[in-house]
Design a binder for this molecule. Structure first.
Ligand code: NAG
Length: 287
């Protein structure tokens, strides 16, 4: 049933999606008033689980402990006083090794992020979908045009490119991928939990597959104390794109966790294949 309704998303995606958005950062008051079928929260969860499975990086937010006293942390001698309660967000490597909706991290205990976790902080992981291919037509700004370097830079950034980075350096590539405001992203809220040592070998294999350089700081390495942890997801906030065509709001954690591999493998995200249209919701069943 669920897969079927996902497939019907494709038809919704075909139907007139190139017009400017009417509701950008919220859903319309009545979902049917936009004239488009907006994906349900469950369908959005399926898309989100695909993003989690395919996206190697994310921003991990923690909070400094209320009683943070600055300089007591050996490797951070110059940590300023008065950070207690401040949020802290930094890029980290993400993997999806358990395939149950709880992202996998390789925690390095001297990192500020994991120090905060150690001090009891909850965490939030933000990830966004970055299409590997550019759309057929881009929404042009009046001052710049897209440069040939963009795709190869992006592919390299995603770890998918070749090393022929000898393109002309006359113009820097555009920093923002396409119409990013209309691309799906999410934030997972919860806490970190150490993963049982018995699965360390399997986790290492999974993690290094996504992050080859991480082999140098796997648990047991001689440089840093490290361990595998999972973000136990308790809440999910989703922005699927413009609100007149995508769901924006909270997704139930039960929905998030009950998505199966078969389901997230059965959908596609904007720009997974060449020839997509920038303002469209080609997400599901368009294989
Ligand atoms: C973490 O979040 C929970 C709510 O899920 C809250 O009860 C708890 O106080 C939070 N912990 C800290 C250290 O803020």
């Amino acid at each position: 049933m669920r897969l079927l309704s996902l497939i019907s998303l494709a038809a919704a995606a075909e139907a007139g999606t190139l017009s400017p958005p009417q509701h950008i950062f919220s859903n319309p008051p009545s979902l049917s008033s936009s004239g488009r079928r907006i994906p349900t929260p469950y369908e959005s969860a399926v898309l989100g689980r695909r993003i989690l499975a395919l996206t190697p990086l994310g921003n991990l937010a923690t909070v400094f402990p209320a009683d943070d006293a600055g300089g007591q942390y050996g490797t951070e001698e110059n940590r300023p006083d008065g950070l207690g309660g401040m949020p802290h967000s930094l890029m980290d490597y993400v993997a999806d090794c358990e395939d149950e909706g709880n992202p996998t991290f390789l925690a390095i205990n001297i990192e500020t992020t994991f120090k905060n976790v150690h001090d009891g902080s909850n965490v939030s992981l933000a990830q966004q979908w970055t299409p590997p291919y550019p759309p057929d037509k881009r929404i042009k700004s009046t001052t710049t045009s897209s440069t040939p370097g963009l795709l190869s830079r992006l592919m390299n950034w995603l770890g998918l490119g070749s090393d022929d980075d000898d393109d002309d350096d006359s113009e820097p590539p555009e920093a923002v991928p396409y119409s990013a405001a209309n691309l799906p992203r999410f934030s997972l809220l919860g806490y970190m939990e150490k993963i049982d040592d018995v699965s360390a070998a399997a986790l290492s294999e999974c993690f290094v597959k996504k992050h080859p350089d991480a082999k140098y700081w796997l648990p047991g390495n001689r440089i840093h104390e490290a361990e595998f942890v999972r973000l136990v997801v308790q809440q999910v906030y989703w922005v699927g794109g413009f609100g007149d065509r995508a769901y924006i709001g909270w997704i139930s954690v039960d929905d998030w966790k009950s998505v199966t591999r078969e389901e997230w493998e059965g959908v596609s995200l904007p720009g997974e294949k060449k020839g997509w249209k920038e303002w469209s919701v080609e997400r599901a069943g368009d294989l």
